[in-house]
Write a protein that binds this ligand. Structure first.
Ligand code: PEP
Length: 263
């Protein structure tokens, strides 16, 4: 279903009317985690001012440590819905548990499946059956074929509104959190008709790498990027070291506008 063999044209997925696919490079931005109404609104306003057309933000955070901030849950989803009301930006947010899929889908415009759940087949089937577009991160240990097979689990349930997101893979390198596999973008686009975007924030884990990795993503033909921003990264409850502030995001958006999308 996701293979390009039977579907030679590359697909466009629409999220609350915003296209992700060939001919566009969509900028998705927002906080890593929803913390407060004010922090989320400020991050969303930064995103919108820079030209982002979709808002990201996690209400359910799959953290490595059980002692780290786990997200606000449904209260966070309500904040995202309020901020969508105030800014007009459709919302992309992660779901980590198959039991929460309907709840998250009742607030979100697009459901995100994160790297840690990228082969959680019960979750993939659940998001496939709920009638909302899905962003599927690549598992940090998954081959491209395993990633596409994960997408197939979603598609099999009748949902072809899937966007693939390369977010770095595990390698021997320790200077970055994960190694952005730029070759995965054109490879996945050749094997599958689904749009492929890149997450430079979570792959590098470092603010100074977000712009160079974004350039790399666009240069290899990514259909969009998803970027963490925070009004006050030093106070962030999640992944502050990779969050861009206002000026960084404007610069990134300016650089993005300079590159015409590769179709
Ligand atoms: C995220 O986007 O909030 C996130 C946790 O990303 P990943 O699953 O790629 O680590």
């Amino acid at each position: 279903l996701v293979s390009r063999d039977n579907h030679p044209e590359r697909s466009t997925v629409r999220v609350g009317g915003v296209p992700i696919g060939p001919g566009t490079v969509t900028l998705i931005a927002g906080p890593c985690a929803v913390e407060t109404p004010q922090q989320t609104l400020e991050a969303a306003e930064m995103a919108k001012a820079a030209g982002a057309t979709l808002l990201r933000g996690g209400a359910y955070k799959p953290r490595t440590s059980p002692y780290a901030f786990q997200g606000l849950g449904e209260a966070g989803l309500r904040i995202l819905a309020d901020v969508r009301e105030q800014t007009g930006l459709p919302v992309v947010t992660e779901v980590v548990d198959a039991h929460d899929v309907e709840l998250v889908a009742s607030y979100a415009d697009m459901l995100q499946v994160g790297t840690r759940n990228a082969q959680n087949f019960a979750l993939l089937q659940a998001v496939g059956g709920v009638g909302k577009p899905v962003m599927l991160k690549r598992g940090m240990n998954a081959t491209i074929e395993e990633w596409l097979m994960a997408a197939e689990y979603i598609a099999q349930r009748g949902n072809l509104d899937i966007v693939l997101c390369e977010r770095g893979i595990r390698t021997f390198e320790t200077a970055t959190r994960n190694t952005l596999d730029v070759s995965a973008v054109p490879v996945a686009q050749r094997l599958s008709h689904l749009p492929v975007i890149v997450d430079p924030s979570h792959s590098g884990g470092r603010r100074d790498l977000v712009l160079p990795l974004t350039r790399a993503a666009i240069a290899v033909g990514a259909d969009g990027v998803i970027i963490d921003v925070h009004p006050n990264p030093e106070q962030a409850l999640c992944d502050g070291p990779q969050a861009l502030v206002d000026d960084d995001l404007r610069e990134l958006a300016r650089v993005m506008r300079e590159f015409p999308p590769l179709v």
